[in-house]
Design a protein. Structure first.
Length: 138
C-alpha cells in the first residue's frame, strides 16, 4: 500500500500518474474497494488532488451556453437587467460572444483546429469525464 489520496480527476487503466514523488502506471482499478493497482513507470502527470475545486454541474454549462448564445450576461431583476461587470469583463465577454458566433457553437458542437477536434457538449463534468473515458478506451 502506497497510501491514499482523494482524486478529483479521471484515472484510467493504462494511464501514468505521479504519486508519492514517483511515477506509476495504472494496471487496474477496483471501484468497490476504491483501490488503484499500479507498477513503476516512466513518464506521467500528477493527478488533481482535493481542494482544486468542485466539479461543474450540467446546469452551469447550460447557463453558460445560453448566456453566450443570447450575448447577454446581465441578471434580470424585475423588468430591468443589472450589469455587474466592469469595462475589462465586458470586453472579454464581447470577445467570447464573437468567438462563439464565428465558430457557430450554438449549432455545431464540433470544432476542428489544426490536427485537433474539440467537442462542446455544454454538459457537466460527469458527462464530459464519461465521454473522455469512452474515447480513450476506443
Amino acid at each position: 500500500t502506497l497510501g491514499t489520496l482523494p482524486i478529483d480527476s479521471l484515472v484510467l487503466v493504462g494511464q501514468n500518474i505521479v504519486f508519492g514523488g514517483k511515477r506509476w502506471k495504472v494496471n487496474d482499478i477496483d471501484s468497490d474497494k476504491k483501490t488503484i493497482y499500479v507498477e513503476h513507470a516512466k513518464g506521467g502527470k500528477p493527478p488533481k488532488f482535493g481542494g482544486s475545486g468542485m466539479t461543474i454541474h450540467d446546469v452551469v454549462r447550460q447557463e453558460m451556453f445560453g448566456i453566450l448564445k443570447d450575448g447577454d450576461y446581465r441578471i434580470s431583476v424585475g423588468n430591468t437587467k443589472v450589469d455587474f461587470a466592469d469595462a475589462i469583463a465586458r470586453e472579454q465577454f464581447k470577445e467570447s460572444v464573437t468567438f462563439f458566433q464565428l465558430s457557430d457553437l450554438a449549432t455545431k458542437p464540433l470544432m476542428k483546429a489544426g490536427s485537433s477536434t474539440y467537442l462542446f457538449t455544454w454538459l457537466g463534468d460527469k458527462v464530459v469525464n464519461t465521454i473522455v473515458a469512452l474515447l480513450i478506451m476506443n
